[in-house]
Design a protein around this ligand. Structure first.
Ligand code: ZN
Length: 446
């Protein structure tokens, strides 16, 4: 059905320019976009009933490593800090094949879809045994989510003083060639695009200064976005000071890694000058609260970033460091963590939901997503609040303060991906069985 309606949403949170919230409202969808929003406008259009539901824009995930869904709760990495955690997992990831990449990405994306996510980025920075970025692109196309994969990279292995094993790093010329290949083959710049490719060296401690600079130039020549990890924890800051002689923000700025076409993951340790730099340049931040908690990295200065005007979105981060991939639960964690740092009035449920929707869309350069308003893409989450999780709630803020943590329905580009809590695009039990078998095989070979 090209033109259809979501009818009588008990509570419609639009996240439009005026942040309107409507009672008993309809949303008319036409050709993948929102055509109209209002009361009693659906007429006799076909559609779905949303009585008893809170309807929100689809959530946006700005940082993930989908391949890591195959390495959740690995014993040696459960209690390690960032660098030790990576050294535990690198040898396992080195055995991955294209089939591991594809299946793991489907699991991660299905989990995101069920938790309300309609648009996700991904950061794939290792390519063992013939793995390619399109392993994840094909996975996303089958699940049906809007996807922004980034061609990540590592080029400094152990023998050159880096952290990853030599088997997981690539030659820098090959990395740049493959960035061009995947952008030319898969990047769609049109509004409503289901796939936009970005360029994303893994982190300042796993590639050279030259690659950071060349990657930025390539991304700007091609008109695509740039992404990396930055200022994740104290070790990260110490490494930057020791090796580059400056803070991560200065390093990023010196290599062209600031601007509205750049977003950095974590940014837990940005100082006041770096926050001002990000605000001045429109540089985005992917805030990953559960991962920051899990790895003991600290509390990102989200309150200060938002107050300064820095674009902030949410990321679940890879499932080796979260280990969950539930995006609405991540929004709750973001809200709670700012309260730990700054008090109970530091972040409302509505602000956390704003960061999770239009905030993330803006970080990814997709201002046509993340809000429900005429002309915006029809990416919409429908939450049934008639169940036990929200029983007794007085306000739709219950979505983050209590629950539920999975959607009833999910619409991407006007298409129903989840209906009545069931993924419509894939056989989920079969996918989970495949993933578990792969994880068992990897464990037995370790
Ligand atoms: Zn990450």
């Amino acid at each position: 059905m090209s033109r259809w309606a979501i009818r009588q949403a008990a509570y419609l949170i639009t996240m439009d320019e005026a942040r309107r919230e409507l009672l008993d409202a309809d949303v008319i969808i036409d050709a993948g976009a929102v055509a109209a929003v209002g009361k009693g406008i659906a007429g006799d259009l076909p559609g779905i009933d949303a009585a008893g539901c809170v309807v929100t824009p689809g959530l946006v995930n700005t940082h993930h490593h989908l391949y890591q869904s195959l390495t959740r709760a690995v014993p040696g990495g459960q209690d390690a800090l960032l660098f030790g955690w990576l050294q535990t997992l690198y040898p396992i990831w080195a055995r991955f094949t294209p089939e591991h990449m594809f299946t793991s990405a489907q699991v991660g994306l299905a989990e995101l879809a069920l938790s309300g996510c309609t648009l996700s980025s991904d950061h794939l920075y290792l390519y063992p045994q013939g793995c390619r970025l399109e392993d994840t692109i094909h996975a996303a196309a089958e699940v049906g989510l809007r996807f922004q994969p980034t061609r990540g990279a590592m080029s400094i292995g152990v023998s050159q003083g880096g952290l990853p094993p030599d088997a997981l790093v690539e030659h820098e010329a090959d990395i740049l060639d493959d960035c061009i290949r995947v952008i030319d083959a898969f990047h769609d710049p049109d509004p409503g695009s289901m796939c936009r490719v970005g360029v994303a060296p893994c982190s300042p401690f796993s590639v050279s200064r030259e690659l950071m600079r060349d990657a930025a130039q390539l991304a700007r020549d091609k008109g695509v976005m740039m992404h990396t990890h930055l200022a994740e924890n104290e070790e990260d800051i110490a490494y930057s000071q020791e090796v580059f002689g400056c803070r991560p923000g200065e390093y990023a700025e010196s290599l062209g890694w600031v601007g509205p076409d750049v977003w950095h993951a974590h940014c837990v340790k940005l100082d006041a000058a770096e926050i001002a730099l990000f605000a001045r340049t429109g540089t985005g931040v992917a805030h990953c609260p559960c991962s920051n908690c899990r790895l003991g990295s600290g509390i990102a200065p989200v309150r200060a970033l938002r107050d300064a005007g820095v674009p902030v979105g949410l990321g679940v981060d890879g499932s080796a460091s979260n280990d969950a991939g539930n995006l609405v639960a991540e929004a709750r964690q973001a809200m709670l963590l700012q309260r730990v740092a700054n008090g109970a009035d530091a972040m409302s449920a509505r602000e956390a939901l704003e960061i999770a929707t239009r905030g993330g869309a803006d970080v990814l350069g997709r201002s046509e997503c993340g809000r429900i308003a005429p002309g915006m893409r029809a990416d919409i989450a429908i939450w049934d609040v008639s169940g036990i999780e929200a029983a007794g709630s007085w306000d739709p803020a219950a979505l983050l303060l209590s629950g539920p943590t999975t959607v009833r329905d999910l619409i991407v580009e006007g298409r129903e991906i989840v209906r009545d809590g069931q993924l419509q695009t894939l056989d989920l039990p079969a996918l989970v069985a495949r993933q578990n078998q792969m994880a068992r095989n990897l464990r037995e070979a370790t």
